[in-house]
Design a protein around this ligand. Structure first.
Ligand SMILES: [Zn+2]
Length: 467
């Protein structure tokens, strides 16, 4: 039996870890899940060390076979997608009597799987890339100044894996070249030298990647790419490859409408189950390196919003430009808010937007602040907001009854201080707050980087901050 798409769909639906359904989970959230895995008795768990701030870092083991595979996730604290998929895999390997026992037995007899989920728990606590010491662990393979980086290197020396999987997230703005399709997964067999030489170790990684690409094409057609293959002598992937483990980088990317990356997580689960099968059966050896080379490299031409052909008037002069907007996420405790910024202005014909709108014949209108303050958020009902928009107001002030730095979902900018000044012109890196008018009628409101079509009903799912 060979796993096919339907098997993988079934396995994921049976074993998806329902306690991890959003991206900002922390070390404390995975501890009870590790206990569940431990109590299943199917995987063994060893604490291999502690982070700078004393959070436990564990290694899980499944199987006793001769081929050793080491996988680690979240060495960058704000890259949690693969950690979710690892817990889905732990649930899968702890299961039985579901039609997958033959697969499990084969894996357990041919492979030894070692998993280190959430290698940077202090970073995860803050939802930041770097460790508590503010070091990028993936630039620390050579120096191993971080305790977490040193732990990973220690495991490499101790276990001498034949294969290694380095599990990351990439940003949402990578696209398949020449298309608006976001890259859902990018893959790489990292180079172990500047010449990007290919020895057997690296060639094996490339062939496993061909197998992963084949199955992913069935889930996310034309949305798989290769990550930049420049050699980074400080990086862990490059060094594992150099140390003799066939190393595969999996970068979780984006899928339209999948804010919490549940589809991307499923792709990780599918990719890894299939990779284990290919390695256990050595079926990957028949794949050609030309198929690896044929996977396109990531391009980086996506924006959250692209407004095409917007007319702007300044000092009596009219120009027509494209405007790109990014909705940058800013962490706030275990939640986040969005800060919409103008990312680029000019000829952006070769770029794409998740929201891509042609506003030919329409004109930029600066947003105004409504000077009379409101007593509370509940005064801002849909009718009030709509009529403020119609008069060109994008910002209101709330009397000091609400706390500063508090989230709200309303489609309007809210200040808690009358004296705050905001720029009203279209400026690079400036606030993305303005209106778009056709003849005398306002068609779109752009508020904190969100585009609101005034012909439609107002939505209330925005991640805005009162400040
Ligand atoms: Zn990363």
């Amino acid at each position: 039996m060979k796993l096919i798409k339907d098997d993988l769909i079934k396995a994921f639906s049976l074993y998806e870890e329902k306690a991890l359904m959003h991206r900002r989970f922390k070390h404390a959230d995975i501890l009870p899940l590790l206990e569940n895995v431990r109590s299943s008795g199917r995987l063994s768990i060893t604490e291999i060390g502690k982070s700078t701030e004393n959070r436990s870092i564990c290694r899980l083991q499944y199987g006793q076979g001769p081929i050793k595979i080491l996988l680690w996730s979240q060495m960058h604290g704000d890259e949690p997608t693969a950690t979710m998929a690892l817990f889905d895999l732990f649930n899968f390997f702890a299961g039985e009597d579901d039609g997958f026992d033959a697969y499990r037995n084969e894996i357990a007899s041919k492979l030894t799987l070692y998993f280190i989920p959430m290698l940077n728990p202090d970073g995860a606590e803050r939802f930041q890339r770097r460790t508590a010491m503010d070091v990028d662990m993936n630039r620390d393979a050579r120096a191993t100044a971080t305790v977490e980086g040193a732990l990973l290197k220690e495991q490499a020396i101790l276990l001498k894996p034949d294969f290694a999987f380095n599990l990351h997230n990439q940003n949402n703005y990578y696209n398949i070249p020449g298309t608006a399709i976001p890259v859902t997964i990018s893959l790489l067999a990292p180079a172990y030298d500047y010449a990007r030489s290919i020895n057997k170790t690296r060639a094996d990684a490339m062939r496993v990647i061909v197998g992963i690409d084949k199955i992913l094409q069935e889930f996310v057609p034309n949305a798989v790419a290769k990550y930049d293959d420049e050699h980074t002598p400080r990086g862990f992937g490059d060094n594992f490859q150099k140390w003799g483990a066939s190393t595969i980088l999996i970068e979780s990317g984006a899928y339209v409408g999948d804010t919490e990356k549940m589809m991307v997580r499923k792709c990780n689960f599918v990719a890894l189950l299939k990779a284990f099968e290919e390695i256990a059966r050595q079926s990957f050896v028949s794949y050609s390196l030309a198929d690896y080379e044929a996977i396109p490299f990531n391009d980086e031409k996506l924006h959250d919003v692209l407004l095409r052909n917007l007319t702007i008037e300044q000092n009596g002069k009219q120009i027509v430009v494209d405007v790109a907007i990014r909705q940058n996420e800013k962490t706030l405790g275990s939640n986040y808010y969005v800060e919409g910024r103008i990312e680029d202005i000019g000829d952006l014909q070769d770029f794409y937007g998740y929201q891509d709108i042609d506003v030919s014949g329409m004109e930029f209108v600066p947003a105004k602040i409504f000077t009379k303050s409101f007593a509370s958020l509940s005064d801002l009902d849909d009718n009030t907001i709509s009529s403020l928009f119609e008069e060109g107001y994008a910002t209101v002030v709330i009397e000091k009854t609400v706390q500063d730095k508090c989230l709200h979902g309303l489609p309007i900018r809210i200040l808690s201080d009358q004296s705050t000044e905001l720029h009203q012109q279209l400026l690079l890196d400036g606030l993305a707050d303005f209106f778009i008018r056709k003849e005398e009628k306002i068609i779109y409101a752009v508020i904190n980087g969100y585009v609101i079509d005034l012909k439609k009903e107002l939505q209330k799912h925005y991640k805005n901050l009162i400040f």
